[in-house]
Each structure stands twice: as structure tokens, then as C-alpha cells.
Design a protein around this ligand. Structure first.
Ligand SMILES: NC(=O)c1ccc[n+]([C@@H]2O[C@H](COP(=O)([O-])OP(=O)(O)OC[C@H]3O[C@@H](n4cnc5c(N)ncnc54)[C@H](OP(=O)(O)O)[C@@H]3O)[C@@H](O)[C@H]2O)c1
Length: 358
């Protein structure tokens, strides 16, 4: 465990993450000292790897109990983020950020992959907005010149609390005058993998409507991480909002099911769930929620489910109100169907986290 020893950073080549150094790894002059928030999450972990491969010095601020369900103590977090320095910090507490995190030291950049794990309104405003404001404030005091934010493409149509919280911080970041890169990815592989197990067990693939109501250009964790890390060097990504998807054509849920069955060598079987059923659930929970406020979180989770059943994760054309696959930029080489292949071949299902509804 390399814990908080910033005085003698290991050379990048000495670290396993660094073994596949990218061709565009910076020279010593471009090596930056980077603080990473949300390093213990799916994209945060991958991003730490991408930053290390590029030769940057990485300091991760992690919670005392991190990971899904708080399963990681500081030693486990440090093992997970091997090659980076790990500091225990509570980003919800401005004093902890300054004292335990930035600690009066100089940092060149902050990369935040931090986000509420549930998407529930209270948590979303506390983390996606308030904790980020704390971090921006502390970062500016630490002389940080560049803030890279992992956001989400769905904030284009902000109907949900967590989207509004993210947008509010995006606006604060833009207004701050600090150089920013706001990365708004499409859907992650883990969010499109929830039915692999049920289909493998012989059950039908569930779709809303006929399975073609939505589409997305799924992006792999490492491709997204590489894109995020590249924001530090690529000037075309500075002071920009950056929608980004993976390679290839946009894919509908029906196509996801068809490919899963084909990979298993079975004829496709779908079960259609009417969107109207989700409306009933949202409506009923909403009505009950007015009597029992403790249901508020469940109402929001149902609304999140309905949103993803009907909205595409593609660039939204504000003139037409339509999602536009051709206008959605692509990066990387990882495809969802290669990912399905590797999971079916035994690579293990991804950790889908607390808000698996995504
Ligand atoms: N899923 C998708 O398809 C998708 C698509 C586009 C965009 N996105 C966006 O991508 C972002 C990150 O996704 P992800 O899947 O990598 O997230 P994730 O795996 O849930 O990780 C979230 C990270 O934020 C940290 N965090 C959460 N609550 C915290 C708190 N109270 N204090 C400090 N840290 C906290 C977590 O730390 P702990 O380990 O301590 O909990 C973890 O490191 C989200 O903003 C999401 O909206 C997701």
C-alpha cells in the first residue's frame, strides 16, 4: 500500500497500470499532479489507471468506507488504486477536503468521477452538487487550473433530481472561470448488462414497448477513462461540454437482446413491458408518497426507471427535440457486444452498484 507518500512518487514505468503506456503519454514537463474524486467507482477506477498510464501523479480522495455498500476500508481502497496515493477525505465536508485532501499542497488538476450512488434527490444534491461545490472551492484555493467533471448525457433533458443537481454544478463550474472539461457520456456497459444472467438462465429478455423506443452508443469503461484523462492534454476538450459515446452505430434494447441470444446460440425471446405500466407505478407511488414522505426515494427511483425506458442516451437536437445518433461523437474501440462475449465466456458480471436501475 502506498499511502499518502507524495514526496517520492513512483516512476510510472514501475507500476502495473503503467505497463501499457499510451503512445501519447506526456513528457516530464506535461506530467501533472492530479486529484481524483470518486476514484473507487466504476469509471473512477478506470480513470485512475488511465491517468497513471499517461504518467501523471495521482492522489485519490476516498471515503473511510468506500465501494458498494461501504465494503472497502482505506487499505482495500489503496490496493484497488495501486500506484496512486490514497487519502481518506469526506468531500461532503469542506473542512475535510481542505485539511485531509488538498492539505495546503499544489495540484494541477481535479478529475471528478464522484456521483451519488443512489440517484435519490437528497443524496444527489448533497454529492453531485454540494460536495462538488466544496471540491471546486478547495481546488481553486490549491491553485488547481483545470477541473474535469464526469457528468452524464441525460442532463440535456433534466427531468430528474440528480440531473438537475449535476446541471447546477456544471453551471457553477463554467461560471467559476476555472478551465473545465465537462464529459457527458452515453450509457456504460454495466448499465446494459443487467439481463445477461436471466437470459442465460433461459428467461426472456425484457423490453419496454417493442424494444426500439430508445437507443444509445454504449461506451466502455477504459475508453471513457482514456477520454477523460485525455482532457488534461487535448486543448480541443478545454472549456467545452463533451457528449461522448462508444464506437459503432447506436443500439436499441431489442438489438441488445438479439445479440445476447445469438451469442448463446438460442432463438430470441422477448417479453414486452408496456410503458403505461411504469406510468401507473410512478403515479401510484407518487400519490402514496404524498401521504408517506418516506416513499419519496422510491418515487424518484421509479421516475428514473421510466426516464431510461423512454429517453435515448444520444445527443438531443434542441431544434427538433429528437435524439441524433449521427451527432453523438464516438471514441475508443470497446464494444458492448465484445463485452457480452467476455462476460458469457466467464469474465464475471460487472458490479452494477446501488443504482442498478441505470
Ligand atoms: N451508468 C451509466 O450508464 C452512466 C451513463 C452516463 C453517465 N453516468 C454518470 O457517471 C457517473 C459515475 O458513474 P459510476 O458508474 O462510475 O459511479 P459509481 O460506480 O456509483 O461510483 C461513484 C463514486 O462516487 C463516490 N461517492 C458517492 N457518494 C459519495 C459520498 N457521499 N462521498 C464521497 N464519495 C461519494 C463513490 O465513492 P464510494 O466508493 O465511497 O461510495 C464512488 O467512488 C455518475 O455521475 C453517473 O450519473 C452513468
Amino acid at each position: 500500500m502506498r499511502n499518502d507518500d507524495t514526496s517520492s512518487p513512483e516512476p510510472a514505468f514501475a507500476h502495473p497500470h503503467a505497463s501499457a503506456a499510451t503512445p501519447d503519454a506526456p513528457g516530464a514537463a506535461a506530467r501533472r499532479r492530479v486529484c481524483v474524486l470518486g476514484a473507487t467507482g466504476t469509471i473512477g477506477r478506470a480513470t485512475v489507471g488511465a491517468l497513471l498510464r499517461r504518467g501523471h501523479e495521482v492522489v485519490c480522495f476516498v471515503r473511510a468506507r468506500a465501494g458498494v455498500g461501504g465494503s472497502l476500508g482505506p487499505a482495500e481502497s489503496a490496493r484497488l488504486l495501486d500506484g496512486a496515493t490514497v487519502r481518506v477525505v469526506d468531500p461532503a465536508d469542506a473542512a475535510s477536503l481542505a485539511r485531509d485532501g488538498f492539505a495546503g499542497e499544489r495540484f494541477d488538476a481535479v478529475v471528478s468521477c464522484m456521483a451519488s450512488r443512489t440517484g435519490a434527490p437528497k443524496d444527489a444534491w448533497a454529492i453531485d452538487h454540494r460536495a462538488h461545490l466544496n471540491a471546486l472551492d478547495a481546488a481553486r484555493q490549491a491553485g488547481v487550473g483545470h477541473f474535469v467533471l464526469l457528468s452524464a448525457i441525460c442532463v440535456q433533458k433534466p427531468l430528474l433530481a440528480f440531473q438537475q443537481a449535476k446541471l447546477a454544478f456544471e453551471a457553477a463550474l463554467i461560471e467559476s472561470g476555472t478551465r473545465y472539461s465537462i464529459v457527458r457520456p452515453t450509457a456504460f456497459f454495466k448499465s446494459l448488462s443487467g439481463q445477461i444472467e436471466r437470459v442465460r438462465r433461459g428467461r426472456p429478455f425484457l423490453v419496454f414497448g417493442d424494444g426500439t423506443l430508445t437507443a444509445c452508443k454504449p461506451i466502455g469503461d477504459d475508453d471513457l477513462a482514456d477520454y477523460i484523462a485525455g482532457c488534461l492534454e487535448d486543448e480541443s476538450r478545454w472549456n467545452r461540454i463533451l457528449p461522448i459515446g462508444g464506437p459503432g452505430e447506436a443500439i436499441t434494447p431489442r438489438q441488445q437482446g438479439e445479440v445476447l441470444f445469438a451469442l448463446l446460440g438460442r432463438p430470441p425471446r422477448f417479453r414486452s413491458v408496456p410503458v403505461a405500466l411504469l406510468d401507473v407505478i410512478v403515479g401510484t407511488l407518487g400519490a402514496l408518497g404524498r401521504i408517506a414522505p418516506s416513499l419519496a426515494e422510491k418515487v424518484e427511483l421509479a421516475r428514473i426507471g421510466r426516464y431510461y425506458a423512454t429517453e435515448s442516451m444520444l445527443v438531443l437536437d434542441p431544434r427538433t427535440g429528437r435524439y441524433d445518433a449521427a451527432a453523438t461523437p464516438s471514441t475508443g474501440t470497446q464494444t458492448l457486444f465484445d463485452f457480452y462475449r467476455s462476460v458469457l465466456a466467464g469474465a464475471g458480471a460487472p458490479e452494477r452498484g446501488d443504482h442498478a436501475v441505470f
